[in-house]
Write a protein that binds this ligand. Structure first.
Ligand code: X8Z
Ligand code: ZN
Length: 629
């Protein structure tokens, strides 16, 4: 799938990509524009020459030229556009917001022109690459605007404002919160009232987003319809080298495979939290209140490990305290992650990465702290993160570097329109695959621990990994189920919040801890909603990372259980991984998956095998419990 993306409208993952910016200049230069299947109108705007309209039949040669010109334009403008977004995310204020909105507006115009231009060749039989690149052009945007200047501008302004509102963390009445601090409370406090206050406070920021969000949905839907899609959700689902409906069904199929594992974990965690907080707070027949799971969105639960861990003389390694014991700085954490990739045979990141990245939260200004990885040119890679010295952020750093190494691999090998991942889930899965190799054996190898636990440490280790990854699965699925419903109108604006909580209860077995109403806008309290980053990618990644891990472990000759395998230092595994990264988006994702794993389908058996010993243990614990909600 393609992404001509860059922030705002053009924003992809928390991995900001190329072609987006390349769009910007397109509107300013006179690259020939194929208008209406038969008209070529090309008029340099500065001159007063009369417009010449020539009716011609478009040919395969025209299609190739169109693609070539688009690639040149996208490449030319990519860097500057990205810089506007970089500066906004690193200095969130009214001025940078206005500049980013303007840049986003230009990029969207360009993206819409390219998409509409590409459509003109729909009826032609073309070679594989021209057809694939035209599709990339048609699918590059995240939120298409209609072909209307005022609406394009309005859309760009709304999306910029939504992003800034989240970054600043202030209510409409200018009461401000720091998400990092509130998250620390949720991660570390045992005081139910304090947890509830932190949870509730963050949700005071998002109600002001509601009106803008609703309008944004209207405009983007109009834009999507202009491109031939029924709504923006259908447009998003169309980006996976398969019919949109098949994609949604495939997500559900995979969810069906992993749901029993999730249900076992939820049941055990609920029972333990019931023991801790009592029946009044945690009922044994209802969903778990969302403020008790150690995370602002209850999307990953590793912070409550101590409450739910299997009894053992060898508890899971507490990486947070090991980092502290070894006095790791934030930069050393990043160096350690880079070193993992280097051990696989990847080249070091360039000096500019270390000079230009943002690693710690600045004291004197607002920044968009949500972690992201950027490629501003084929030589300029950066991350932007407010790193805390925790196990959680150690994983996130690997996640972000996975984006950077992927970007560099395809940027150096592929044409502009193939500079992306096989699908967006692949981009999210690379660093997470590496994180699965952060085993006790590896931690000992890099000197973070002195002694590797024996096999009695396996269950605690698996519990920790499950709290990180298995807990995430239903959340990864439901965020876009909500947005798909919003975009197609099944969830009208007056039901935004109740529909959100219905999905949270149904899929996660998690409920709001206090009454919520339609004056709230709780989806807006999750970065990717105001940030307009599609979310299905993270569900895909959570499945794919285990498929990749299984294969790379096989290549590295690892014997024994999957959860003890680390590919650290294995050049053969690195070569295999790099070969897939270098493919970029030049082939359907099924081909990339097959090249890497021999399989053409997403397959949850890898994650299920990985956690098999834990599942057995959980089911034993749950034997006398009433599971479900
Ligand atoms: O947003 C992210 C990354 C950046 S692409 C930090 N993730 C999702 C989230 O935080 O909600 C990674 C896991 C899910
Ligand atoms: Zn990511």
């Amino acid at each position: 799938m393609k992404k001509l993306t860059v922030p705002k409208n053009y924003k992809k993952h928390c991995e900001l990509n190329n072609h987006a910016d390349r769009l910007a200049k397109f509107s300013k230069t006179c690259v020939f524009l194929a208008v209406a299947s038969l008209t070529i109108a090309c008029q340099p705007s500065e001159t007063a020459k009369p417009e010449i309209e020539v009716k011609v039949e478009l040919t395969a040669t025209d299609a190739k030229k169109f693609v070539a010109n688009a690639e040149i334009s996208l490449e030319n403008d990519y860097e500057l556009l990205n810089k506007a977004f970089w500066v906004q995310a690193n200095f969130v204020n009214d001025d940078t917001n206005a500049l980013a909105a303007k840049a986003g507006e230009e990029a969207t115009k360009m993206g819409v022109e390219l998409a509409i231009g590409a459509q003109k060749f729909d009826h032609l039989t073309l070679d594989f690459d021209t057809r694939r690149k035209l599709n990339a052009l048609k699918q590059g945007l995240v939120l298409p605007a209609p072909n209307n200047d005022a609406k394009t501008k309005e859309l760009a302004t709304i999306t910029s404002n939504l992003d800034a509102t989240y970054a600043k963390g202030c209510t409409a009445d200018k009461e401000c919160f720091t998400l990092g601090q509130l998250s620390e409370t949720l991660a570390n406090s045992d005081d139910e009232a304090a947890l509830l206050a932190a949870w509730t406070n963050w949700r005071k920021v998002s109600p002001q987003m509601r009106g803008g969000y609703q309008r944004m949905v209207e405009i983007a839907n109009e834009g999507s319809r202009d491109l031939g899609y029924s709504d923006t959700g259908a447009f998003w689902r169309s980006k996976y080298d398969m019919p949109a409906d098949d994609f949604a069904a495939d997500m559900d199929r995979v969810w069906g495979q992993v749901k029993p594992l999730y249900d076992s974990l939820q049941c055990h965690v609920r029972a333990k939290l019931n023991q801790k907080y009592g029946d009044d707070i945690v009922s044994l027949s209802e969903p778990i209140p969302a403020h008790l799971l150690g995370n602002m969105w209850a999307q990953s639960w590793e912070n409550i490990y101590d409450d739910v861990a299997p009894p053992s003389d060898t508890p899971a390694i507490d990486v947070t305290s090991r980092l502290a014991a070894k006095h790791y700085t934030e930069i050393e954490m990043v160096r350690t992650a880079e070193n993992f990739f280097k051990s696989l045979g990847f080249n070091s990141l360039p000096d500019s990465f270390w000079e230009k990245s943002l690693f710690v939260k600045p004291r004197d200004r607002d920044v968009q702290c949500h972690a992201s990885a950027w490629d501003l040119s084929t030589t300029d890679y950066r991350i932007k993160m407010c790193i805390k010295r925790t196990a959680e952020d150690f994983s996130v750093i690997h996640h972000e570097l996975g984006h950077n190494f992927y970007q560099r691999a395809y940027n150096l090998k592929q044409d502009v329109l193939y500079r992306g991942s096989a699908n967006d889930g692949f981009h999210e899965a690379i660093g997470d695959t590496i994180s699965l190799s952060i085993t006790p054996k590896y931690l000992k190898e890099i000197g973070l621990i002195e002694q590797e636990p024996d096999a009695s440490g396996d269950l605690p280790f698996l519990m920790k990994k499950a709290l990180e990854g298995v807990s995430f699965l239903p959340f990864g699925l439901l965020v876009d189920k909500w947005r798909w419903g919003v975009f197609n109108g099944e969830i009208p604006a007056e039901q935004y919040n109740q529909a959100w909580w219905k999905l949270r209860e149904e899929y996660q077995g998690v409920k709001a801890p206090i009454e919520r109403t339609e004056s709230d806008f709780d989806p807006g309290a999750k970065y990717h909603v105001p940030g307009n980053t599609p979310y299905s990618r993270y569900f895909l990644a959570r499945i794919l990372q285990f498929q990749f891990h299984r294969e790379l472990c096989k290549i590295s000759g690892s014997e024994g259980p999957l959860h003890r395998c680390s590919i650290y230092g294995n050049k053969e595994a690195g070569k295999k991984l790099n070969a897939m990264l270098e493919m970029g988006s030049s082939k359907p994702w099924q081909d990339a998956l097959e090249a890497m794993t021999g399989q053409r389908e997403m397959d949850a058996t890898a994650i299920i095998d990985y956690f098999a010993p834990l599942k057995t243990w959980l089911d034993e614990q749950n034997k006398t419990r009433q599971c479900g909600w």
